[in-house]
Design a protein around this ligand. Structure first.
Ligand SMILES: [Zn+2]
Length: 96
């Protein structure tokens, strides 16, 4: 069976560096100011530093995949059909 998930968790430490593309070189970096603390506390983004090239920036621990979009569209269609059915029943059988 397909996974019903929309967002997939992945560990950014095993992702490749956006700057030098080396694999597994990213390490978590401490937030340096209030804005970075806010970002790490309230968003899915975390600060990482590359041990190979010194790149520092945010990466998300969550990713959207093509399965995510299929699931999202499926949920949207189900919601639309359910909404239409409720409206149909209300206007034809209940409200006269
Ligand atoms: Zn790098």
């Amino acid at each position: 069976m397909r996974s019903p998930k929309i967002i997939f968790h992945n560990n950014a430490q095993f992702a490749s560096c956006p700057n030098c593309k080396s694999q597994g070189s990213l390490r978590r970096s401490k937030s340096h100011n209030n804005w970075e603390q806010f970002v790490t506390k309230f968003t899915f983004f975390r600060y990482y530093r590359c041990r190979e090239c010194g790149w520092r920036g945010t990466k998300s621990n969550y990713t959207l995949t093509s399965v995510s979009f299929k699931n999202l569209i499926t949920y949207f269609i189900i919601a639309a059909v359910a909404g239409y059915l409720v409206k149909f029943i209300l206007t034809n059988f209940i409200i006269k």
